[in-house]
Design a protein around this ligand. Structure first.
Ligand code: UDP
Length: 245
C-alpha cells in the first residue's frame, strides 16, 4: 500500500530514502514493469495545468519528491513529506543495493556517447552491478519498437530513462506494458551527471535546498522554466488558503 500526500493534484509518496530503496528492491522481485517518476516543483506545476501529465504521474508505482520545492510545498500544506528523495540519489543508492546478485541496468537517454560514458564511470566505482545496455535518447517514432526490443533482449532490472521531463514520463507510460524491465525510472539529466558532463550542486547547497540556484548558475537558459518555481509556491499558498483548488 502506498502512503501518499496530494500536492497540487499529484500524489507524492510520503517516504524516506531508505524506504524508497527497500521498495525498489521489492519491485525488482515482482513480475511486472513498475514506473517510478521523480517530479520536482517545475513538473508538479506543469502537471497541475496538464491533466494528461497529472494522470500519468498519478499512475506511477512510486512518485518521489525530487526537489526542496516539493518538500516545502508539503510543509506549507501541512502534509510534511519526511524528506527530499531525489531521483539521482535514489539511483546512486541503488548501485550499492544488495539483491543477492548483480543488479542489471539499462541506460537509455542523453546525447550519443553519454550513456556509455556514464556506464564506464559508474562501473569503475561499482563493480558489483551490471550495465546490460546503453542507448542514446534521440530517436524517431519508427525506431521505438527496435529500442524496446533492444531493452527486452538485455533484460534489465532497472531501466533508467533520461529524456528530460515530461518526455521520459510519457515514454515510460506509453511503453511500460511492452517493456521487460522490472523498474523504469525517469531520471532527467542524471546520465549527464554520471558521465561528468554536468556538475551537481555541492552537497551543502543541495542539503540546504538551493540546488535550483546552482542549476540556474550553470544553465542560465533555464530561467524561463524555473520561473515556475515561485509560481508553484504561490499556488501552494493559494491551495492552503482555499483560494484555488
Ligand atoms: N534528452 C534526450 N532526448 C531528447 C531530449 C533530451 O535524450 O529528445 C536528454 C538530454 O540529452 C539530457 C536529458 O535528456 O541528457 C534532459 O536533461 P534535463 O536536465 O533537461 O532534464 P530535466 O532534469 O530538466 O528533466
Amino acid at each position: 500500500m502506498r502512503n501518499t500526500v496530494n500536492i497540487a493534484g499529484v500524489e507524492v509518496d510520503s517516504i524516506t530514502m531508505s524506504q524508497a530503496v527497500d521498495k525498489l528492491k521489492l519491485f525488482i522481485k515482482e513480475d511486472k514493469a513498475h514506473a517510478i517518476y521523480t517530479p520536482n516543483a517545475e513538473i508538479v506545476m506543469e502537471a497541475y495545468k496538464d491533466e494528461g501529465l497529472r494522470s500519468i504521474l498519478n499512475q506511477a508505482d512510486m512518485l518521489i519528491a525530487d526537489g526542496a520545492g516539493v518538500v516545502l510545498a508539503s510543509r506549507i500544506l501541512g502534509l510534511n513529506l519526511p524528506e527530499k528523495v531525489s531521483g539521482i540519489d535514489l539511483v546512486r543508492n541503488s548501485f550499492s543495493m544488495d539483491i543477492g546478485r548483480k543488479t542489471r541496468y539499462f541506460f537509455f537517454g542523453g546525447k550519443p556517447g553519454v550513456a556509455e560514458a556514464a556506464a564506464e564511470n559508474i562501473l569503475a566505482s561499482h563493480p558489483n552491478i551490471e550495465i546490460v545496455g546503453c542507448r542514446n535518447g534521440y530517436f524517431s517514432k519508427e525506431e521505438v519498437p527496435g529500442i524496446i526490443e533492444e531493452i527486452n533482449r538485455a533484460k534489465p532490472d532497472i531501466l533508467l530513462v533520461a529524456l528530460g521531463a515530461p518526455k521520459q514520463e510519457k515514454w515510460i507510460h506509453e511503453n511500460k506494458d511492452k517493456l521487460k524491465a522490472k523498474v523504469c525510472i525517469g531520471v532527467g539529466g542524471s546520465l549527464d551527471v554520471f558521465a561528468g558532463k554536468v556538475k551537481l550542486a555541492p552537497e551543502r547547497m543541495r542539503k540546504a535546498g538551493f540546488e535550483w540556484l546552482y542549476r540556474l548558475y550553470q544553465e542560465p537558459w533555464r530561467y524561463k522554466r524555473m520561473l515556475r518555481l515561485p509560481k508553484f509556491m504561490l499556488l501552494t499558498v493559494g491551495i492552503k488558503l482555499k483560494l484555488v483548488k
